[in-house]
Design a protein around this ligand. Structure first.
Ligand SMILES: [Zn+2]
Length: 324
């Protein structure tokens, strides 16, 4: 029997302090790239072990080698340079990718780390990519004539990367598009670009979307050519669940049941109640359970405590329903 309510996470995990230190040392040219890469692998191994300990069904590699989800790819692609730090969200600074040439992929960008993470576990590890629309929206374009031509150029290179991940054995490929919900008027461009990435893939395809008001993109978002949408619900106390009752949801859905913005660890009862309410709207056989978003803003201890609650809630529901 297929396992009901498979558990997973959105992608990022908190970096252990030795890795944060190593990244700063590398930026200051105090350690070599190989030394940093060793630390990234050690941290990846620990994140895989954490997920095994918690008992998740579908794992991620944890993104120990990534800072921001767009700059990581921008640094690897020809056609991009990176700005000096610009300010966002209050006091957080980030480096914005600048497109100043034709986008070209020099080679695989994520395959080596995927293969390493997958070699450490019998469970499937998801391949993790940033979608073409979000890459465009979060970059500063000085080269392409319009947003559409930049987005489609990005779709070509991300499609090639997805194909390489599939060849390397990825059974799940997640192409995140958090920017979709912030510009609903461009959803058709995001849909067109995603089609270029996912057409021809046999792996299960997933897209995580967050930040926005889902009312503005539903039901249009059902046209995004992926098998599964991964959405946040816990942060709004599941107030947005009703949006998806009518018209009925037609894809698989990963339901966020852990608020990644809060230090507070959810209770098993609360998570079970949320899962039950999700099962009232989505067919249970199409539901996956995960946190709202990436976990990188939490501590490792909070992350493990929250994920344990999530898995326990799922296990109790499986038992109650006779789905063990
Ligand atoms: Zn998110």
């Amino acid at each position: 029997m297929k396992k009901m309510l498979p558990t997973t996470t959105v992608g990022s995990f908190p970096k252990p302090s030795y890795l944060t230190k190593a990244r700063a040392q590398y930026a200051g040219k105090k350690i070599s790239h190989d030394e940093l890469a060793e630390m990234e692998k050690k941290a990846t191994r620990e994140i895989i072990e954490l997920q095994e300990r918690v008992g998740l069904d579908i794992l991620v590699h944890g993104e120990m080698e990534r800072g921001d989800m767009t700059t990581y790819f921008a640094k690897k692609l020809a056609g991009f340079s990176i700005s000096s730090p610009v300010r966002s969200y209050g006091n957080r600074y980030y480096r914005k990718p600048i497109v100043n040439g034709s986008i070209v992929r020099n080679g695989p960008m994520t395959v080596e780390m995927f293969e390493y993470a997958q070699s450490l576990t019998q469970k499937p590890v998801k391949g993790m990519l940033t979608g073409p629309y979000t890459m465009c929206d979060w970059s500063f374009n000085t080269h392409y004539s319009d947003r559409r031509s930049l987005t489609l150029a990005l779709a070509e290179v991300i499609a090639a990367e997805a194909e390489d991940l599939e060849k390397a054995g990825a059974q799940y490929i997640q192409i995140d598009e958090p920017a979709i919900s912030t510009r609903p008027e461009e959803i058709n461009l995001a849909i067109e670009a995603m089609g270029m990435v996912t057409s021809g893939l046999k792996a299960k395809t997933i897209s995580h979307i967050c930040y926005g008001d889902f009312k503005t993109i539903y039901p249009d978002i059902l046209k995004l050519p992926v098998d599964q949408l991964d959405l946040e619900f816990a942060n709004s106390d599941f107030a947005n669940l009703d949006i998806f009752r009518d018209p009925p949801f037609t894809k698989e859905i990963a339901v966020g049941v852990i608020d990644i913005h809060s230090h507070k660890v959810e209770t098993v009862e609360q998570v079970k109640e949320w899962i039950r309410s999700a099962m009232d709207v989505f067919p249970p056989e199409k539901i996956y359970i995960d946190p709202d978003c990436g976990l990188k803003t939490r501590t490792l201890d909070e992350t493990e405590a929250k994920l344990k609650v999530m898995v326990r809630a799922v296990n109790e529901i499986r038992t109650e329903k006779g789905w063990d």
